[in-house]
Design a protein around this ligand. Structure first.
Ligand code: ZN
Length: 256
């Protein structure tokens, strides 16, 4: 761990609405927790949650004869976009009894299990690490799930992290690691490779027959962890945990 750690602010698109009594509870002075949520609508983009849900609530939205009070400080979208909604120094109506001392992040999800896309997860880590850095927090103990505040009987939120506690633990650790990673790479973009034609993959960084552990299909996109410089053809270690040729005959690299 380095003493002069810095975490750059990720790109955040400002969507701050008019502040009304329906979307905030006034000024807020301390931040000791970051609280994670899911939007509860698999496949719906966070930007649509802002436009079609939060912005309606902001104007005064009546459901079952009562006004709804709901909002969030930040939202993460399926394509990796991050949005700011309620300013950090105002109370957002997102985490019940923890609203006054926390920042809330709503994350869009996809699939039957309400998981996150790879792009979104990366942005969630960047946002989490930056917020933790800004407020002097440790993601491993200062990040909470909404359910940690309200209990399972009240609400399962965010569903994927409540139902997959090891993924939740990994997320907190990924945020922590991002904060403390080498200063030379904090803004490095994630590199991906696209498989141009079917090719063997290996469980060791060599092309020997006995290291073959499967095949990558044409068109597949894989996240590059690192490049392995070899005396012959270089290889990539990919996030899935195996090695693949770096030959441009078989793979092309792109970043985003
Ligand atoms: Zn929630």
């Amino acid at each position: 761990m380095r003493d002069n750690m810095t975490v750059n602010k990720p790109k955040i698109i400002n969507k701050t609405p008019k502040l009304t009594r329906f979307n905030n509870g006034g000024k807020r002075a301390k931040t000791t927790k970051i609280i994670w949520h899911y939007t509860g609508k698999a496949g719906v983009k966070a930007i649509d949650t802002i436009n079609n849900w939060f912005n309606e609530i902001t104007k005064g939205y009546i459901q079952n004869g009562k006004y709804l009070y709901a909002s969030s400080h930040y939202l993460a979208d399926l394509d990796g976009s991050l949005y700011s909604y309620i300013p950090e120094n105002y109370i957002a109506y997102t985490s019940n009894s923890a609203n006054s001392y926390s920042i809330g992040v709503e994350c869009a999800t996809t699939g039957k299990d309400d998981h996150y896309t790879e792009e979104e997860y990366k942005s969630m880590v960047e946002l989490g690490a930056w917020l933790a850095y800004k407020y002097g927090l440790d993601p491993r103990k200062d990040f909470l799930r909404h359910t940690d505040i309200v209990g399972k009987a009240y609400k399962i939120c965010p569903r994927y992290f409540v139902e997959h506690p090891t993924e939740w633990k990994k997320f907190k650790q990924d945020c922590y690691d991002y904060m403390h990673k080498d200063k030379n790479t904090p803004t490095a973009k994630t590199q991906y490779l696209r498989v141009l034609q079917e090719v063997n993959v290996h469980d060791k960084p060599n092309f020997n027959k006995d290291s073959i552990c499967g095949k990558a299909e044409k068109g597949e996109a894989l996240t590059i962890v690192k490049k392995i410089e070899r005396t012959g053809t270089d290889m990539y270690l990919v996030k899935a945990g195996y090695y693949i040729t770096a030959s441009t005959k078989y793979v092309e690299v792109f970043e985003r």
